[in-house]
Design a protein around this ligand. Structure first.
Ligand SMILES: Cc1cc2nc3c(=O)[nH]c(=O)nc-3n(C[C@H](O)[C@H](O)[C@H](O)COP(=O)(O)O)c2cc1C
Length: 229
C-alpha cells in the first residue's frame, strides 16, 4: 500500500476530551476509486483494529445522555463514529476484542468465516460501564458477509441486556452492497421474549471508501436522531 492510498485523517477535533481528540484516524480505503477499492475486498488494516498507534477510544462522562459504541477494523467505521461524535455531545466507547483481526484481508476473511460457521464469536477485551444513564445508543459496525461483524455480535450477546428501553441508532460502513440483514439481526438480538423494548432510528449506511465525502448525509442523519432523543 502506498502512502497516497492510506490517508490519515484527523477527526474528532471538536470533541473536547483529550482521550480521543488528537488521535488520528487511519482509514485504509478512503478515497480509493471503485476499481482499486473492489467493494472493500483486500483492504488491509493496522492489524490491531485501529489501535496499533492509538488507545482504544473511550470517552465517558457523567452527564451524557447518549453514547456511540462502535467496532472498526480498518478505520472507516471509526471515522464515521467520530463524525457523529462531532455533531453530538455523546460519549464514545470502542469495542475491543482480545485477539485483533489480521492486517491481511484474506486472513481476516478466513477467520470471520470460521467464526460465523461455528458461531464462535470473539472474546472482548474492554471494560463496559453501567449504561443506564444513556437514552440513546448509536451502534456502529462494518458489514461482514452481509450481516453484523462479529465483534458487534459479541458485544450484543454480552451487554445487550443493558440496552433495553433505549433509542437505538444503527450506523455502518460497507463495501457498497448495503446493510444486508444486520439491522434485523441486531433487533432480533435485543428482543426479550420475542418482544422489542427499543425504539429504532433508520440506519445510516455509508460506503467505506467515501466516509469523508458523505459529511452532509451523516450530519443530517445525526441531527434527526438528536432531535428525537
Ligand atoms: C471479513 C469481511 C467481510 C466483509 N463482507 C462484506 C459484505 O458482505 N458486504 C459489503 O458490502 N462489504 C463487506 N466488507 C467490506 C467492509 O464492510 C467495508 O470495507 C467496511 O467499510 C470496513 O469498515 P472498517 O474500516 O470500519 O473496518 C467486508 C469486509 C471484511 C473484512
Amino acid at each position: 500500500m502506498t502512502f497516497k492510498e492510506r490517508m490519515n485523517v484527523e477527526a474528532g477535533s471538536a470533541v473536547m476530551d483529550n482521550q480521543i481528540s488528537g488521535q488520528p484516524v487511519t482509514v485504509y480505503q478512503l478515497g480509493k476509486t471503485a476499481s482499486a477499492w473492489r467493494h472493500g475486498a483486500g483492504t488491509s488494516s493496522d492489524g490491531m483494529d485501529t489501535n496499533a498507534s492509538n488507545q482504544p477510544t473511550r470517552r465517558l462522562t457523567k452527564q451524557a445522555r447518549s453514547i456511540i459504541i462502535y467496532f472498526s477494523r480498518s478505520g472507516s467505521t471509526e471515522l464515521l463514529a467520530k463524525q457523529i461524535a462531532k455533531e453530538t455531545q455523546a460519549d464514545i466507547l470502542e469495542i475491543v476484542v482480545k485477539e485483533p483481526y489480521d492486517s491481511n484481508y484474506q486472513q481476516t476473511l478466513a477467520r470471520a468465516n470460521s467464526e460465523r460457521e461455528t458461531a464462535n464469536y470473539p472474546e472482548l477485551n474492554m471494560q463496559v460501564p453501567d449504561l443506564s444513564q444513556y437514552q440513546t445508543v448509536y451502534l456502529g459496525y462494518p458489514v461482514w458477509a452481509m450481516t453484523l461483524s462479529h465483534p458487534m455480535t459479541a458485544f450484543l450477546i454480552q451487554y445487550g441486556s443493558q440496552l433495553q428501553h433505549k433509542q437505538i441508532a444503527p450506523f455502518m460502513t460497507e463495501g457498497g452492497y448495503g446493510q444486508g440483514d444486520s439491522v434485523e439481526r441486531l433487533k432480533g438480538m435485543l428482543k426479550v421474549d420475542g418482544r422489542s423494548t427499543n425504539r429504532y432510528e433508520s440506519a445510516l449506511v455509508i460506503d467505506g471508501n467515501k466516509v469523508d465525502r458523505e459529511i452532509k448525509q451523516i450530519n443530517q442523519w445525526t441531527s434527526r436522531v438528536t432531535q428525537r432523543d
